[in-house]
Ligand binder design. Structure first.
Ligand code: ADP
Ligand code: MG
Length: 248
């Protein structure tokens, strides 16, 4: 695999947190190269460094040592504003707890990342509508998250991650709060995004979820313990009536 074409390239990345006098070595030399269009699951026990790795990939935190190149550009050379701009242009985030504003409609939640992009209201609406349609929520744009099931809320969050047309979606335990039927629906959406050329990096501790990825990276004690490719299982959502209990 040539590093020049890598979308994400980490070279011997170390992360040390200081807690008073104690040093916590969250990452102990991680090298990882992800090409455009890959679907990578990151696994590993609690405390193995998965979230730290995702925060560095997501430019939310910087390595203590080592290099990180995002789309060919070394992140450490960018100032705060350039980094924020690069993050907004390149990355979309999905979290375990959805992180939606609960009393704000789905479409307004999805529009949030566009408020800083200098788009007109109409363009924001169009992009947000399209993103919600892409995750199967075109008919629920004006519902509020507190009127939606967990699976629907996570789909709103995925639409929000998609709306600015990112190259990469980073998802930390996106199915952690969902039942298994709903998890498959959400994984089917990630697979569709991946089929359309978006790179997906997803943290999970569930082997049942990791089998939908084409590559599995296992972390242990701040290091990559294994990195392997597999034929991903296709996520096939259950028929609609099976999920009807989750509909408001
Ligand atoms: P995981 O997501 O795999 O559970 P983390 O990346 O959250 O692992 O944590 C890796 C290690 O780094 C753990 O020992 C954790 O306690 C420590 N850690 C994570 N974030 C911080 C922080 N902000 N300050 C201090 N220690 C941290
Ligand atoms: Mg974590």
């Amino acid at each position: 695999m040539s590093s020049s074409s890598a979308l994400l390239l980490l070279d011997d990345v170390t992360k040390v947190y200081h807690m008073g006098d104690v040093e916590v070595h969250a990452l102990r030399g991680v090298s990882l190269s992800v090409e455009e269009g890959e679907f990578v699951a990151i696994m590993g026990a609690s405390g193995s460094g998965k979230s730290t790795l995702m925060n560095i990939i997501g430019c939310l935190d910087r390595p203590t040592r080592g290099r990180y190149l995002l789309a060919g550009e070394e992140v450490s050379t960018l100032d705060r504003n350039a980094l924020a701009e690069k993050r907004n242009r390149t990355l979309g985030f999905v979290f375990q707890n959805f992180n939606l504003l609960s009393r704000t409609s789905a479409i307004e939640n999805v529009e949030l990342p566009l408020l800083y992009a200098g788009l007109h209201t109409r363009e924001r609406h169009e992009h947000s509508r399209a993103a919600l349609a892409r995750v199967g929520l075109g008919d629920r744009m004006h519902h509020h998250p507190n009127q939606m099931s967990g699976g629907q809320q996570q789909r709103v969050a995925i639409a929000r991650a998609l709306v600015a047309n990112p190259k990469v979606i980073l998802a930390d335990e996106p199915t952690g709060n969902l039942d298994s039927v709903t998890s498959v629906e959400v994984m089917a959406i990630f697979q569709e995004l991946c089929d359309s050329g978006i790179t997906v990096v997803l943290v999970t501790h569930e082997p049942d979820i990791a089998r939908y990825a084409a590559r599995v990276v296992v972390m242990r004690d701040g290091r990559i313990r294994s990195d392997s490719r597999q034929e991903p299982q296709r996520a096939v959502p259950a028929p609609a009536e099976a999920t009807a209990g989750g509909e408001p």
